[in-house]
Design a binder for this molecule. Structure first.
Ligand SMILES: N[C@@H](CCC(=O)N[C@@H](CS)C(=O)NCC(=O)O)C(=O)O
Length: 226
């Protein structure tokens, strides 16, 4: 009989929000069960009735924490909330600093991507633009590129004076967990990162850490084989 793992992640290989949480899980060496929610198949599995009960926003990621056999599992959506939760239940390595000021700066950087850039080119936003406003493929791509660049400009300015090897000094923080997946989105939409030298430096340092590679889309079980 197979026993459920303590942690379960509902994810999609290409989802940058899921990728953030995968990085945090890998950095913390948390073993977890990966469950795929295919965002395109059958009109999008995120809209299924059972999944919607877990994640009313109908998006990935969702984290389940099976705390104890005797208590109900903890179910969490929203990558900021999930990573904050993981940082409390598995504090090593810390992804949010202790100091109120430093923690706010890290959250600010996370939110530049989480609320100021990625949601504007999320799947359902693009679908609405195509379905109801009849934008072309080229316009869709240009829209996406615009919001990725918009976020990178802000992120570069926000971390430039704080960065060392990573966004904040020489230790990985949650900010890096948000940046790397958005850089993967930039690659996908052929957005040059040359105007953002701090982001390029951080990326090359993150690439040296195995947890980032393990969390990448190509390493996930639902990554297309062909
Ligand atoms: N702010 C949310 C964003 C989640 C999100 O945008 N997920 C995307 C994939 S990256 C999604 O599931 N989209 C489904 C849709 O738009 O239908 C988080 O951080 O968890």
């Amino acid at each position: 009989m197979s026993t459920a793992k303590e942690f379960v992640l509902y994810s999609y290989f290409r989802s940058s929000a899921s990728y953030r949480v995968r990085i945090a899980l890998e950095l913390k060496s948390i073993d977890y069960e990966y469950r795929t929610i295919h965002l395109l198949n059958n009109g999008g599995e995120q809209h299924g009735a059972d999944y919607t009960k877990l994640n009313p926003s109908r998006e990935v990621p969702t984290l389940i924490h099976n705390v104890a056999a005797s208590s109900a599992p903890i179910v969490l959506g929203q990558s900021v909330a999930i990573i904050d939760y993981l940082d409390r239940v598995a504090p090593v390595p810390h992804l949010f600093p202790e100091s109120a000021h430093q923690r706010a700066l890290v959250l600010q950087a996370c939110e530049i991507i989480n609320s100021g850039s990625q949601p504007l080119h999320n799947l359902r936003v693009l679908k609405k633009l195509v379905d109801d406003f009849k934008i072309s493929e080229d316009q869709k791509t240009e829209w996406t590129r615009h919001w990725i660049r918009y976020g990178f400009e802000a992120f570069e300015a926000a971390v430039k004076s704080h960065s060392g090897k990573f966004s904040f000094g020489d230790a990985v923080t949650a900010a890096d967990c948000f940046l790397i997946p958005q850089l993967a989105n930039a690659d996908r939409f052929q957005v040059s990162t040359a105007p953002y030298p701090t982001l390029e430096k951080i990326r090359s340092n993150c690439e040296k850490i195995p947890a980032f590679a393990k969390a990448s889309p190509a390493q996930q079980t639902d990554f297309p084989k062909t």
